[in-house]
Design a protein around this ligand. Structure first.
Ligand code: SAM
Length: 214
């Protein structure tokens, strides 16, 4: 729909490019994926707002700028296999699927996973697999991954996620206290892990064995 396309274009120009996101592939993915279709119908008027939006089960779809920033930090290439932890609406998985060969997305709430599968199928994404489980432990059956993105905040970086990174793999996730965190970027070089810290963020908690207890 033209109205949503215009809103998307404005979102990319004003909220994302203007704040310093430069990777053209990321900007193009953000222009392409119809964010409003990942949001419950009664909230679609705010689909392109500069904020997170409620998606049900007490969860949110992240602010567009944060989705773009984490995706840029992840440095996804076309041949990559990516693990997306915290499927939520499936929007981040779709952005990653615009850039990568394969995306495995894991969500702990079965009803959110089911809704995300339906949305992604209706949009024709065939190289995204949505699974239900505790993503604080990664998803061993499809490991290793070239890239891992976590969209829920952990008290410390889960060892399972580092272990499931392929050589030269990269992991981006929010780490910190319950209500304030920083984005961390990890890179695997053989069995060495190098890490750097990016901007302050606020994410919902990663609930699980290597996350918060609930
Ligand atoms: N990426 C999502 C999107 O594009 O809509 C938004 C993610 S939302 C901010 C965080 C999600 O992480 C929630 O859906 C929540 O249920 C999920 N989550 C929290 N802990 C989890 C865990 N251990 N494993 C899998 N998903 C988890």
């Amino acid at each position: 729909m033209k109205r949503y396309q215009d809103e998307r274009e404005r979102m990319v120009t004003h909220q994302i490019a203007r704040r310093g996101i430069k990777d053209e592939r990321v900007l193009e993915a953000m222009r392409t994926v119809p964010r409003h279709l990942f949001i419950p119908e009664d909230a679609r008027t705010v689909a392109y707002a500069d904020s997170p939006v409620q998606i049900g089960s007490g969860q949110t779809i992240s602010q567009p700028f944060i989705v773009a920033l984490m995706t840029e930090l992840l440095e996804v290439r076309a041949e990559h296999r990516v693990l997306d932890v915290g499927t939520g609406s499936g929007y981040q998985a779709a952005i990653l699927a615009e850039l990568a060969a394969e995306v495995i997305s894991i969500e702990r709430h079965p009803e959110l996973a089911q809704r995300a599968r339906k949305t992604l199928k209706s949009l024709g994404y065939q190289h995204i697999k949505v699974v239900v489980g505790d993503g604080s432990l990664g998803y061993q059956p499809a490991a290793p991954y070239d890239r891992i993105l976590v969209a829920a905040a952990a008290p410390a970086t889960p060892q399972a996620l580092l272990d499931q990174l392929a050589p030269d793999g990269r992991l981006v996730l929010p780490v910190g206290a319950r209500f304030s965190q920083h984005l961390e970027v990890w890179t695997r070089k053989d069995d060495q892990f190098i890490h750097s810290v990016d901007i302050p963020v606020i994410f919902v908690p990663l609930i699980g064995e290597e996350g918060w207890s609930g």
